[in-house]
Design a protein around this ligand. Structure first.
Ligand SMILES: Nc1ncnc2c1ncn2[C@@H]1O[C@H](COP(=O)(O)OP(=O)(O)OP(=O)(O)O)[C@@H](O)[C@H]1O
Ligand SMILES: [Mg+2]
Length: 252
């Protein structure tokens, strides 16, 4: 298992009563093992759809998604997803949320409790195992969602704007934590964001998508050594380039 991910001519159309809409067209992409890849693009360009298909929660209309030589045909514990909106089970405690994936795999109570505790600690919430989601802040809920996605030890982590709804300061902290987790666990991460700053801070490489139907307009290597400074000149230069690609310069 070297978690090599390949997308070949991935196209997705949705049928509606008025006809079909093409959400994605001919996406070709190779993601290297342990790569931190960010995906940016305008709202509605198909980013969530793309992650859902890689997760195996939806299927391409045409083209294929290949993971380690096999075509993705459904969900697997090997691909963990953190969703755009908080998606914890409100009736379960934090620990029981993290245990969920292990429980459906049939792991016995004691073992899964131990693993869940380990991931709870990794995201710094050891004192909140018995709390319920409503007792947590947005940033804490997102940490739980990350711990839950990590608990099944996926080799690929799919993250859909995971920090979109937390304040700027919490977002910075969560970015640091995620980079540390990535460094320690050596996962491949596909991370969708609306924030060019966030992409430049986190990614090895940034995929820029066009408006619907989503196509890849550019893949930009960030190439700035870590730890990065958010305000460095190199960071500013890459940011400019990405903004230009997104077309925001033209609209000003
Ligand atoms: N299940 C569905 N049925 C019909 N159309 C859908 C479905 N899911 C997504 N779409 C359409 O596909 C397009 C892409 O949606 P998607 O949610 O992937 O965009 P996105 O890039 O994630 O947007 P955002 O940045 O706002 O989250 C949109 O036009 C959306 O209306
Ligand atoms: Mg989305």
């Amino acid at each position: 298992m070297n978690n090599k991910l390949k997308l070949h001519n991935v196209t997705k159309a949705f049928q509606s009563e008025e006809g079909g809409i093409k959400a994605l067209e001919d996406i070709n992409l190779e993601v290297k093992p342990n790569e931190f890849l960010c995906i940016i693009g305008p709202s509605g360009c198909g980013k969530t759809t793309l992650l859902r298909m890689i997760a195996g929660l939806d299927y391409p209309s045409r083209g294929e998604i290949i993971l380690d030589g096999d075509r993705v045909s459904g969900p697997s514990p090997d691909r963990g997803m953190v969703f755009q909106e908080f998606s914890l089970f409100p009736w379960r405690t934090v620990l029981k949320n993290i245990e969920f994936g292990l429980q459906i795999r049939g792991m016995e109570d004691k073992e899964r409790r131990e693993i869940a505790k380990r991931y709870l600690e990794l995201v710094g919430l050891q004192d909140f195992g018995n709390s319920y989601p409503y007792e947590l802040s947005g940033g804490m809920k997102q940490r739980v969602a990350i711990a839950r996605a990590l608990a099944t030890e996926p080799s690929i982590l799919l993250m859909d704007e995971p920090f979109g709804s937390v304040d700027a300061q919490t977002r910075n902290v969560l970015q640091e934590e995620l980079l540390e987790i990535w460094r320690r666990t050596k996962k491949t991460i596909l991370f969708v964001t609306h924030s060019v700053d966030e992409a430049v801070y986190l990614a090895d490489r940034v995929v820029v998508m066009s408006a619907r139907p989503g196509r890849i307009i550019a893949c930009v290597d960030i190439g700035i050594p870590r730890p990065r400074k958010r305000t460095s000149m190199e960071a500013n230069e890459v940011r400019e380039r990405l903004l230009m690609l997104l077309g925001s310069k033209r609209q000003k």
